[in-house]
Write a protein that binds this ligand. Structure first.
Ligand code: UGA
Length: 366
């Protein structure tokens, strides 16, 4: 049941992966007017003419222009981030700027204008698990070593030289800033902490529609499409709980429909049933890719271990495990993720094949 009185909202970063899915759901299921701010719109072309949508082609950091749209809106959803681990130790200053300094202005703006801010943070702010600091033989048995709860779990980042954590630290400081603004100035905000959302339109395939190293799903898709070995960083032992984008959007919709329950709260949005190691993920994706493309069923796809130093460069460290406790979202929002990893991957792999199959075919195995 909706308790929301929203009539209009601004989405910053509406042209990205999450924005494209959230925007579609809002336009399909509500009568809210959406002002969507971004510099790119290739993922939302089919929505551009919707009568309840105004696409504003604008740099999200143009505070003066952004302010005009915030003023007209009841709430602001902030999706802007540099959130790709290959950037954290290679362009750390841009990472700090995009994830802390620039969004700080938006937090301040929302506080001054008394607008509800729904901010996308990250599961990475938790850093490493407590268990990862214990000797191998003592790890894993007790769930308190690895299950992450929003309001009680400590946040454990590595040393300064391990620049992987610049992103987590910037995001964490922004959350602390919002908390402080709530404490001192009454800011109304809600935080989503995403746990590895996957689905159509995620990331890019290098050399086709982007450059650099994307996140693991697109890295493995690139390897499958070009018939190259799937690279397992440090053997692929680390684990993630992958969450299907439609389940994730469902959580955000429940936040938007329930301001009383969600204001002042941070929510883990992840699917604990979908935990998998990167080695298992690679094996499952090979199996499902062959199902999706019967013409590939006779091909051998290999996995190959690569050191994190060779793959990402100096200063990379990893989160070993991210197992969300989602009781808060269950209790306050009535949210439950429904999509299994297998089903999420099937849809996503099919989308990548449809989107990139032809573009990559002529360069396969080169
Ligand atoms: C990233 C971001 O840092 C988070 O902000 C974000 O919340 C999260 O993705 C997300 O998608 O929710 P991470 O999970 O480390 O965090 O991102 P990936 O690049 O997808 O890496 C996942 C794991 O796969 C890591 O252990 C990585 O080392 C490994 N990996 C990556 C491989 O084994 N092979 C590859 O080709 C690429």
């Amino acid at each position: 049941m909706s308790h929301s009185t929203l009539k209009s909202l601004t989405i910053l970063g509406c042209g990205g992966f999450i924005g494209s899915h959230l925007l579609k759901r809002i336009l399909d299921t509500t009568d809210w007017h959406v002002y969507g701010i971004d510099i790119q719109c290739s993922k939302i072309t089919e929505l551009l003419d919707h009568p309840k949508f105004t696409f504003v082609e604008l740099n999200v950091y143009d505070n003066e222009r952004v302010r005009e749209y915030v003023k007209k809106s009841d709430a602001v959803v902030s999706l802007v981030a540099l959130c790709n681990p290959s950037l954290y130790n290679t362009i750390p200053l841009a990472v700090i700027e995009a994830n802390y300094l620039r969004p700080y202005d938006l937090v301040k703006m929302c506080a001054e204008m008394d607008k509800w801010l729904i901010h996308y943070s990250t599961s990475e702010i938790y850093g490493r698990t407590i268990g990862s600091f214990l000797p191998e033989e003592h790890r894993g048995g007790d769930p308190s070593q690895y299950v992450i709860q929003e309001d009680t779990t400590p946040m454990l980042l590595g040393p300064i030289g391990a620049q992987r954590w610049t992103y987590a630290c910037a995001k964490q400081l922004l959350e602390r800033t919002m908390y402080a603004y709530k404490f001192e100035k009454g800011l109304r905000y809600s935080v989503v902490r995403p746990f590895n959302f996957i689905g159509p339109r995620m990331d890019f395939i290098p050399g086709v529609d982007g450059e650099g190293v994307p996140r693991v799903l697109a890295c493995f898709m690139e390897a499958l499409l070009y018939r190259r070995p799937l690279q397992l960083v440090d053997g692929g032992k680390n684990q993630r709980c992958f969450t299907y984008i439609e389940d994730a959007v469902d959580a955000t919709m429940r936040i938007l429909h329930n301001p009383e329950a969600s204001t002042g709260q941070a929510f883990n949005v992840g699917n604990p049933k979908n935990e998998v190691s990167m080695k298992e993920l690679a094996e499952l994706m090979i199996e499902l890719y062959k199902e999706t493309r019967p013409d590939m069923s006779g091909c051998e796809f290999e996995t190959r271990s690569v050191s994190s130093n060779d793959f990402y460069g100096e200063g990379y460290e990893d989160s070993d495990r991210r197992m969300p406790d989602i009781q808060k979202a269950r209790t306050l929002l009535g949210w439950e993720p429904k999509t299994s990893l297998r089903d999420a991957l099937k849809v996503t792999i099919q989308w990548y094949v449809d989107r990139y199959g032809k573009a990559t075919a002529c360069r396969e195995a080169s």
